[in-house]
Design a protein around this ligand. Structure first.
Ligand code: ADP
Ligand code: MG
Length: 241
C-alpha cells in the first residue's frame, strides 16, 4: 500500500527539549501531488521539511518516500531536492557551474552532466544566464537557478521552504505561475511550505494546515475554503464558514 505514495509521514513527532514541535503527524502525499503545508510562523513547517529531507532526526515515527522507508537514510540517498528562500547558490560560481557542481562531485560523466544542465536551463528558461554569477541575477532568476539545482539531480520529490518570501508581490505572483507550470511539466511530487494563504490556494492540489505542530485539516483548497474543519482553519483561510 505504501507503494502508491509519493511521501508518507507516519506518526511523526519531534521535540526540542520540552517543546513539542511536531505531534503525531500523519500525512500521505500521492505521487505527483502538489501538497502545500500551510500554517502560521513557528507551527513546525520547516522542521517537518527538514525531517523529510533527513536534515533533522524525528523523536518518533517514520518517513517513506516512493514506497521506501527512508527514516534512517542519508539526505543524499532520499531522492529529494530542497529549495530554500535564501537561494543558497555558490556566489563565486557561474550559473552553469552552480547547476553542474553537485553532479561533478558525485562523479557523473561529463556528457550526462551537460545534457542535464541543458535540459534544466531550457525548462527554467535560464539559458541566457548560464555564464553569469548569482550577484548579476535578479531574485527571481536566482530562484530559478535554485530550482535548477534540484532539477539536474533528477529527484522524485521537490521540497520548497517559503521560496518566494523574500520577493516583492509582483514577482511572487509571476513565480507562482512558473512553479505551477513547472509542476505540470515535470509532474514530480512537490511539498511546498508557506504561511501565505493565497500561495496555498493557487498552487495546491491539497493543503495541509498545521497549528502548533498538529495537523488541523488536509483537503483540497475548495473544501478547506467551503468546509473548514474548525475555527482556526476558517480564520486562517479567511473563509466565511
Ligand atoms: P515554521 O517553519 O512553521 O515557522 P519552525 O519549524 O521553524 O516553524 O519552528 C517550529 C518551532 O520550533 C518554533 O517554536 C521554533 O522556535 C522551534 N525551533 C525550531 N528549530 C529549533 C531548534 N533547532 N531548537 C529549538 N527550537 C527550535
Ligand atoms: Mg519556516
Amino acid at each position: 500500500m505504501a507503494m502508491t505514495h509519493g511521501v508518507s509521514i507516519r506518526d511523526l513527532s519531534l521535540s526540542f527539549g520540552s517543546l513539542s514541535v511536531i505531534d503525531t503527524l500523519n500525512i500521505d502525499i500521492q505521487e505527483g501531488e502538489f501538497l502545500v503545508l500551510l500554517g502560521p510562523s513557528g507551527c513546525g513547517k520547516s522542521t517537518l521539511l527538514n525531517v523529510i529531507a533527513g536534515l533533522l532526526e524525528a523523536s518518533d515515527g517514520e518517513v517513506w518516500i516512493s514506497g521506501r522507508n527512508v527514516t534512517w537514510e542519508e539526505p543524499k540517498d532520499r531522492g529529494i531536492g530542497m529549495v530554500f528562500q535564501s537561494y543558497a547558490l555558490y556566489p563565486q560560481m557561474t550559473v552553469e557551474k552552480n547547476l553542474s557542481f553537485g553532479l561533478q562531485v558525485s562523479g557523473m560523466a561529463k556528457a550526462e552532466i551537460a545534457k542535464r544542465v541543458a535540459r534544466a536551463a531550457e525548462v527554467l528558461q535560464i539559458e541566457p544566464l548560464l555564464k553569469r554569477r548569482p550577484a548579476e541575477l535578479s531574485g527571481g532568476q536566482r530562484q530559478r537557478v535554485a530550482i535548477g539545482r534540484a532539477l539536474v539531480r533528477d529527484v522524485d520529490v521537490f521540497l520548497f521552504d517559503e521560496p518566494l518570501s523574500n520577493l516583492d508581490a509582483k514577482l511572487r505572483a509571476e513565480l507562482r505561475v512558473e512553479i505551477k507550470r513547472l509542476h505540470q511539466k515535470l509532474s514530480n511530487t512537490m511539498i511546498y511550505v508557506t504561511h501565505d494563504q493565497i500561495e496555498a490556494m493557487t498552487l495546491a492540489d491539497r493543503i495541509a494546515i498545521m497549528k502548533g505542530g498538529v495537523l488541523q485539516q488536509l483537503d483540497t483548497p475548495q473544501t478547506i475554503y467551503s468546509r473548514p474543519a474548525n475555527r482556526f482553519v476558517a480564520g486562517f483561510i479567511g473563509s466565511p464558514g
